[in-house]
Ligand binder design. Structure first.
Ligand SMILES: C[S@@+](CC[C@H](N)C(=O)[O-])C[C@H]1O[C@@H](n2cnc3c(N)ncnc32)[C@H](O)[C@@H]1O
Length: 300
């Protein structure tokens, strides 16, 4: 593909999915788009990209965007977030939601479903504490192929061995040939939907817990901040946000407070959000805002 086609592909990927692809990643494009070119019977990746570049055909573009996603996931990935969920988030929710008895959890980059199902299995272990409660787990992802696998609840031997305690396997899966089928009492706890984090969140409703793990790493600072800021509007009071092991909020926008001794776990700080919102509204509305010796007096 020509340098101009490659650059235009990088721009499109960034705009459509948030993915930041550096200039030296042409090899990655070649390797990830190879199977799509083959499936669609193009001579090679360069021919397919050339066709996309000149036609901008939506169906081809979607397949290219989806093929560039990294869908790596596994059950109880990194362990700590699920321990935190069990030991900190869940007891908190049982107290704070005692009146409504309704909990909503969002797995915001659900991929092939292991994250959402790990949460469902933990909740199932505590169902005696949740009698009469309504618990919704929504798993969303950009990639339709990953979601189709998630919905099937069917995993390979390798996938079920990777990170999942054997007791969970024995209790929740049945072997079907060489594969393992997750029981319907667990799959029925999760709804999966195709959804792009670059789009508006308003139709998703409000959540008490948001797992947004191992996806922000692919985005630039501006996109990360934008997503985290927009997520705030979907937070019920005290909503817990969980990031991936290599992700941090340092240097990003958003009113989330880290929970002590719980790596990757944050609590939405509604008071700070309201205060900051007021300050930014005052700032916008008042051209004669106060200034101190060092400049603007706003703390944000
Ligand atoms: C590495 S997986 C993370 C899966 C899971 N959260 C975990 O930590 O195991 C990243 C997922 O983010 C999804 N993704 C990437 N960009 C996205 C976007 N703009 N909107 C929604 N999902 C996106 C990919 O399709 C992929 O399934």
């Amino acid at each position: 593909m020509t340098p101009s086609e490659f650059n235009s592909l990088r721009d499109m990927l960034n705009k459509e999915s948030g993915l930041v692809l550096s200039e030296d990643k042409q090899y990655l494009v070649e390797s990830r788009l190879g199977p799509v070119a083959k499936k669609l019977e193009y001579k090679d990746v360069a021919t397919m990209v050339s066709e996309w570049h000149s036609s901008k055909k939506a169906s081809l573009q979607n397949q290219i965007v989806e093929a560039m996603t990294i869908n790596e996931s596994f059950f109880f990935r990194d362990k700590t977030p699920f321990d935190n969920f069990k030991d900190y988030t869940l007891p908190n929710l049982i107290k704070s939601k005692a009146t409504s008895k309704h909990i909503r959890i969002w797995s915001a980059a659900a991929s092939t479903g292991q994250e959402a199902y790990s949460l469902a299995m933990v909740l199932n272990e505590h169902k005696h504490l949740l009698q009469g409660w309504r618990v919704e787990i929504i798993g969303t992802d950009l990639c339709s192929e990953a979601l189709a696998k998630a919905k099937s609840g069917l995993y390979s031997q390798f996938e079920v061995q990777r990170g999942m305690p054997v007791t969970y396997l024995v209790k929740n899966f049945k072997q079907v040939g060489t594969m393992w089928q997750l029981d319907s009492n667990i799959t029925s706890m999760v709804q999966f939907r195709q959804f792009n984090l670059m789009n508006s969140f308003t139709g998703l409703g409000k959540f008490d817990v948001i797992f947004c793990r191992n996806v922000l790493i692919y985005f630039n600072r501006e996109t990360k901040s934008d997503i985290l800021k927009r997520m705030e509007a979907q937070c019920n009071n005290g909503c817990h946000l969980v990031l991936g092991a290599s992700e941090t909020l340092v240097g990003l926008n958003g009113n989330y407070t880290p929970v002590a001794n719980a790596r990757g776990l944050y609590e939405h700080n509604r008071e700070a959000a309201v205060k900051n919102e007021k300050q930014s509204t005052n700032f916008k509305e008042s051209p004669t805002h106060k200034t101190g010796t060092g400049g603007l007096s706003f703390t944000r």
